[in-house]
Design a binder for this molecule. Structure first.
Ligand SMILES: [Zn+2]
Length: 408
């Protein structure tokens, strides 16, 4: 028995020391995810965690990844991505009973997870599909590579019943393992975005969720629907594409995060129109209102990033066809929404982490944090589109992408 234990211990020690070998990633510039830029910086990682950020420690003897003329920063965190949405064997949006087997569906979703991770998105929040729980857990166990996943597993809408019944539904989601609650409190942008849930319904959901320690994301397009979410002290407004300044100010005053969409979700729908058309409200009228939403969308971004105290987070609403293109949203934010580049990056790093209550372990580069790191070629401050050419990805200290010779 003693011999066996000693054997096990020595194997454990070997594994530990192997894991504990320090890894240093160096680049011409490091962004810390919160606002600080470090020239010629190094991030040193041991196991899953960052042990130092700054200059390369003198006499460093571990493994080196020298990324050269690149920008090194925290992995992107997309607070709104539908990882389970994919195009089926007929190259149409997958629906239940479309002939795809459950195994095919799961493999397609695993593909989305890989594509998302390779694009530098190391954490996503999905609002939400029932399959998300298995995907989240499979990634967590190391069965498949992918971003860390948080999910609402589904959503609650105006048909959720009385406030008492809505509270029950919230508890049901918690019991089934939801990380967050999603409310569908307004019509879609394809149908005008007006409120659908009453203040009493929204308030019941947010209050019950808070009692259980859960956050609530509220789908709301029109200003009136956004105001209900802010007054009910919910945690985050999704979309807000038909906002006005008063609704942005009210969200800021109540500490409600805003996750608006600049381009990707709509561009993707319009580019892949044939694959969605004929399903639900993906019809002639719906596509027209999406096309016509451009000035409202860009207007919301422009106003939101200038609204004092409003915490704007990175949420792409990526659906089938958009996975792996997440960074396009940040390019639009900067180029068309006029957002400062450091603020745009932070919205996908430290601010996104704060919105998901993960700020003590993710979103900022400093000692003790989980080692989720990405790098893009050149100086992203000179060219935001570099975000679309991610060439280094590390999650939890494991390297998933490294292209030392990649050109700009
Ligand atoms: Zn969505």
């Amino acid at each position: 028995m003693k011999g066996f234990l000693t054997g096990v211990l020595s194997v454990l020690c070997a594994v530990t020391s192997l894991e504990a070998q320090a890894v240093a990633i160096t680049a011409a510039r490091v962004f810390d995810g919160a606002g600080r830029w470090i020239p010629n910086g190094a991030v040193v990682v041991e196991g899953k965690r960052i042990v130092s950020v700054g200059a390369l420690p003198a006499g460093f003897r571990g493994v080196r990844y020298d990324l050269g003329d690149a920008t090194l920063m925290p992995g992107l965190m997309d607070v709104h991505a539908h990882i389970a949405w994919y195009f089926n064997k007929q190259d149409r949006l997958h629906q239940s009973n479309d002939g795809d087997t459950p195994t095919e569906s799961m493999l397609a979703i695993a593909g989305n997870a890989w594509t998302t991770l390779q694009a530098g998105v190391t954490t996503i929040q999905s609002p939400g599909s029932p399959e998300d729980a298995e995907v989240r857990d499979a990634i967590r166990r190391g069965w498949i590579p992918g971003p860390r996943v948080l999910t609402s597993l589904g959503s609650i809408n105006e048909n959720g019943g009385t406030p008492v019944q809505i509270r029950e539904r919230v508890r049901g989601f918690k019991q089934r393992g939801a990380d967050v609650i999603k409310l569908f409190a307004s019509k879609s942008i394809r149908d005008g975005g007006a409120p659908t849930m009453s203040f009493e319904q929204v308030q019941a959901a947010c209050d019950e969720a808070h009692t259980l320690g859960l956050r609530v994301l509220v789908h709301a397009h029109a200003a009136e629907a956004m105001n209900i979410a802010s007054r009910a002290k919910c945690d985050q407004i999704e979309h807000g594409m038909l906002s006005d300044q008063a609704s942005l100010d009210l969200a800021a005053a109540n500490g409600v995060f805003l996750s608006p969409q600049c381009s990707l979700v709509i561009d993707n729908y319009l580019e892949n129109r044939k694959k969605f058309e004929g399903i639900g409200n993906y019809n002639e009228e719906g596509f027209a209102s999406m096309r016509n939403s451009e000035s409202a969308r860009i207007g919301t971004i422009r106003n939101a990033v200038r609204t004092k105290g409003l915490r704007v987070v990175f949420g792409t609403d990526a659906v089938a066809g958009a996975h792996g293109r997440n960074a396009e949203e940040l390019v639009c934010r900067v180029k068309r929404g006029g957002q400062d580049i450091s603020a745009a990056l932070a919205s996908a790093q430290s601010v996104a982490a704060a919105s998901m209550r993960l700020a003590d372990s993710l979103g900022t580069l400093r000692a003790g944090m989980l080692a989720d790191l990405i790098a893009v070629p050149g100086d992203v401050r000179q060219d935001i589109t570099a975000l679309q050419r991610v060439r280094f990805v590390m999650k939890d200290g494991t390297v998933y992408r490294h292209e030392p010779g990649a050109r700009r």
